[in-house]
Design a protein around this ligand. Sequence first.
Ligand code: GLV
Ligand code: MN
Ligand code: MN
Length: 460
Amino acid sequence: MTQNDSGRSGNSPVGAEASSPGAGSAAPTLPHSQLRSSGGTPNALRNDCPQPVSGNSFHEMWRELLPIGRHADSHGYRRFAWTGADLDCRAWFKEQAEARGLVYEVDRNGNQWAWLGDPAAGDAVVTGSHLDSVPDGGAFDGPLGVVSSFAALDELRGRGVDFTKPLAIVNFGDEEGARFGLACVGSRLAAGQLTVENAHRLTDGDGVSLPRAMEVAGYDPDTIGADPERLARIGAFVELHVEQGRALDLSGDRVGIASAIWPHGRWRFDFRGEANHAGTTRLVDRRDPMLAYAETVLAARREAQLAGAVATFGKISVEPNGVNAIPSLVRVWLDSRAEDQASLDAVVGGIEKAARDYAAAHGIDLDIVRESFTPVVEFDHALRDELGRILGKDTGITVPVLGTGAGHDAGILSGSIPTAMLFVRNPTGVSHSPAEFAAEDDCVAGVIALADVLEGLACT
Ligand code: GLV
Ligand code: MN
Ligand code: MN
């Protein structure tokens, strides 16, 4: 089922001055498919290939997207699902699809698709990522994959290749889960990993439900649900993404291939105490939920360190939220991730036990709810090896294979179809922050690597 894209809002983008994050200005200088930095280790120039035509189209698209949803003060992106900034990004996607003569459609879950070739033919090669952001996110997490996908198609057209399989570019809706608290909503719905009932229960901070938000944005929420017919058309999905760590920087490689995603989840902790006067309530008479929470944060750090895992309390809501009032409620969200399930269970179990002990010691009621969970993802080995073979073919380079603690739509889809990921070097490793960065040449190297992969998968 296909929806019409009628949902563009009148909200205008903020922060329209495009100062520097990443590849926002000059034309690319990279001569070719350079997977490794020059100097030191073997240089992977493939001199037998034409110059990339995709560099200019990449930069043009990048410049267009840069101002959308960027906050004037923080310079971070606030492209939350179904808000004005997201709708502007979606309108941009549609324009890119139409400008290239691709068949544009929106699936029953609001994901956008741009097809070259017959969508119904089957065994399609699909690439893409997402355009939404975390609060004050960076420019690259998501958009780099979408922009690189269109640029890779331009590159392949410039090479004059013949496609033997349909090719599609996708923008998955609500990947970050910044608004409704659950990540990868578009791909989870499509893969049947989020039921319609549970999707209907999702609400944002203002109490607006996901269906209502879709409706306000001009999309039909009555169609949401598992989409096996659509997924059955896909033979392989490859998502390009900025690396969210420094492994490629340390190894001197511009591009890497994903091996696995750590299991991860989100838990909500409600610490309930008693509101009272900050000036007149004796310390011994208080039931202050902030104390139990503060001690739990320190316990989370200890547990994560012990297990070689990570645990983060990054979001907090306090009631009544007055400077001169002891809180009645401290509601916080734990994000925890580990290399394997046993370690994650140990970390979260340890944090929960500590939280209950501290709550009891301070006379606090505590509720803990697991809001989402994604098990470990091992990307399809055959596809991963194929990517390595394609990228190493003319260069002799062994492209590094990396695990990650970050979640992706490719991880969600890996349960339904063969999926793989390419990572582009991030010199600082910073992500989910306005400081997120990738160098121009590395972005273009990513485009060329993606084009090589798509050619290898869809043109043979
Ligand atoms: C998504 O970026 C996540 O890993 O939270
Ligand atoms: Mn992200
Ligand atoms: Mn992402």
